[in-house]
Design a protein around this ligand. Structure first.
Ligand SMILES: NC(=O)C1=CN([C@@H]2O[C@H](COP(=O)(O)OP(=O)(O)OC[C@H]3O[C@@H](n4cnc5c(N)ncnc54)[C@H](OP(=O)(O)O)[C@@H]3O)[C@@H](O)[C@H]2O)C=CC1
Ligand SMILES: CC[C@](O)(C(C)=O)C(=O)O
Ligand SMILES: [Mg+2]
Ligand SMILES: [Mg+2]
Length: 518
């Protein structure tokens, strides 16, 4: 792996950039949406589209879902039910490695679970949902095992990033597509179930067609996205996907939000609050009213609804936090884009496999012990919206958005990876059972990355942002004007309208794969 020699190898048939005119489909109705100064083509999903699935899956008889982590159980079950609802006889099988610790759980939920190589060999669509690190180790054998004409389906661009870094490419004679739900697996399943009552409820997905040998790859990718329950599907490339996804989870989706909570929990106690109040004003404030407002009315509603006195506090926190957060976010984006972060994930995978590394427990601290008590006697109506917390959180979210926009990502990608995923998929899990329940229901790539980057956000906010506030550094009014007049707000509101207003409900029945602490 040589980041210095990171030279993407492109073949004439691979899609490395988006077509300015969007995409077309003969099966699904496309729609143009105006997001800020741009127009994007999207497909709105929903159960009413299930009858179109047999046409989209033309030529596919067997779907093989490889793995049983966060995404595979959700995508496999959703796909199986959607295809059945469409009256299709396409089979969905699960493929696991020999000796897999997931075998018993998968068999309890799925009727056809077999050895992964057997499933890979027979499948017309191989949905490769093993960890990204494992993909980088096994891709040669997987490509060799796939039958001629089969499509490789990914939910992440990570493998392309890895292949680029070593000067390799996907075999030219296969279709390579991506459907990347912008939310953790359990939420993909949970919202799909809720979508049975409210048409279109689900987790948005990006899709990409990297290689289209058959000429049918776009329809299959759209069909896959509709089948797993995406309210709307937007187009990306594998490269844009891995850059935005790996970055976003290290930022406000997981790593940065964890850091903000830990830092403010300490700060509020130093200022005299009880531990319980400090938790209410940090974690609960974010996963409570702030999340609800953003989810239903966009980011600026958090600020617009405040009293003049609260606005002042918000502005102080926002103005002090935006710059420090952006510094770490930019560094993180650059590390992802140049391949260093991909390398870091693979190296951590190697350490875990050799017993030299592990993915440790993150909720054993005082913060989350107190959190458990606070949650046990929670009164939803009494959760405060702390304006300082809101200022830090929103500043970091806006800084994340700006780095992605400067990196040339589409508004759909920016907004899903920075805003909608946070409020629709992730924060509700932290609200329900704390930070580990959120982070450790995500991919290995995300679990590791958020552990690695959260401390960077915690330190920089403590050292630069909160000290600036304590030293009375005046509010940068220009920053606040940039925030209130930001072109992303219209785009967020538009994106929010594209999915039905269904709040994910995490209940005692919310089952997830048991988190394994290695
Ligand atoms: N987590 C999420 O919600 C999201 C994930 N993605 C992407 O989806 C893909 C799957 O991620 P996720 O579901 O999180 O799973 P994880 O990253 O948690 O990986 C777990 C799965 O990988 C399997 N695995 C690990 N090593 C090997 C190996 N050497 N051979 C075979 N199988 C192996 C595990 O097998 P076993 O069960 O036997 O331990 C397990 O089924 C990734 O590309 C990820 O980036 C995309 C969107 C969101
Ligand atoms: C936010 C983490 C994620 O990217 C996801 C759920 O989308 C992951 O890798 O798990
Ligand atoms: Mg993601
Ligand atoms: Mg991810």
């Amino acid at each position: 792996f040589a980041p210095a020699a990171f030279a993407p190898r492109r073949t004439a048939t691979t899609a490395t950039s988006l077509n300015a005119d969007g995409f077309t489909s003969k099966i699904f109705k496309t729609q143009q949406v105006t997001l800020a100064e741009t127009t994007e083509t999207i497909v709105k999903g929903g159960r009413d589209l299930f009858p179109l699935l047999p046409a989209a899956f033309e030529g596919i008889k067997k779907v093989g879902v490889i793995g049983w982590g966060s995404q595979a159980p959700a995508q496999a079950q959703n796909m199986k039910e959607s295809l059945a609802a469409a009256g299709s006889d396409i089979t969905v099988s699960i493929g696991l490695r020999a000796g897999s610790s997931s075998m018993a759980e998968a068999k309890a939920q799925f009727d056809d679970v077999r050895d992964m190589w057997e499933v890979i060999k027979e499948s017309d669509l191989v949905m490769l949902l093993i960890s990204d690190a494992a993909q980088s180790k096994l891709y040669k054998e997987i490509f060799a095992a796939m039958k001629p004409g089969a499509t490789l389906g990914l939910s992440h661009g990570f493998l392309l990033g890895y292949l680029d870094s070593i000067g390799e490419a996907f075999p030219e004679d296969m279709d390579v597509i991506l459907v990347a739900p912008k939310g953790m697996g359990p939420s993909v399943r949970r919202l799909y179930e809720q979508g049975k009552e409210v048409n279109g409820a689900g987790i948005n997905s990006s899709f990409a067609v990297h290689q289209d040998k058959s000429g049918k790859a776009t329809e299959l990718a759209l069909g896959w996205g509709v089948a797993v329950g995406a309210p709307f599907l937007f187009q990306t490339t594998l490269r844009d996907e891995y850059k935005s996804d790996i970055y976003g989870e290290r930022g406000i989706l997981l790593g940065a939000v964890h850091a903000i909570v830990e830092g403010l929990y300490r700060r509020y106690q130093r200022q005299g609050m009880s531990p319980e109040d400090a938790f209410l004003n940090s974690a609960e404030s974010i996963t409570g009213m702030i999340t609800k407002k953003i989810s239903t009315r966009g980011i600026k509603a958090v600020y617009d609804d405040m009293s003049p006195a609260d606005k002042e506090v918000f502005e102080t926190a926002y103005s002090a936090s935006y710059g420090p957060s952006k510094e770490i976010l930019q560094e993180c984006y650059d590390e992802v884009a140049c391949g260093n972060e991909i390398r870091s994930v693979i190296m951590q995978g190697d350490r875990v496999n050799s017993g030299k590394g592990f993915i440790g427990k993150i909720d054993g601290t005082d913060t989350w012990k107190v959190g458990e008590k606070v949650r046990a006697s929670r009164d939803d109506d009494a959760i405060p919206l702390n304006p300082f917390t809101a200022g830090v959180y929103v500043a970091t979210m806006m800084a994340q958005i700006d780095v992605l926009l400067e990196g040339g990502h589409s508004y759909s990608e920016v907004i899903n990876e920075s805003v909608i995923e946070a409020v629709d998929s992730l924060a509700p899990y932290m609200h329900y059972r704390g930070v580990a329940f959120m982070v450790d229901n995500c991919s290995f790539t995300a679990k590791w990355g958020s552990r690695k980057w959260a401390p960077r956000f915690d330190y920089i906010l403590d050292q630069l942002a909160y000290t600036a506030v304590d030293n009375g550094v005046p509010v940068n009014k220009e920053k606040i004007a940039e925030f209130t007049g930001h072109r992303v707000h219209q785009a967020v509101e538009e994106c929010c309208k594209l999915r039905p207003p269904v709040d994910i409900s995490c209940t005692a029945e919310t089952t997830t794969k048991e988190i394994v602490i290695k």
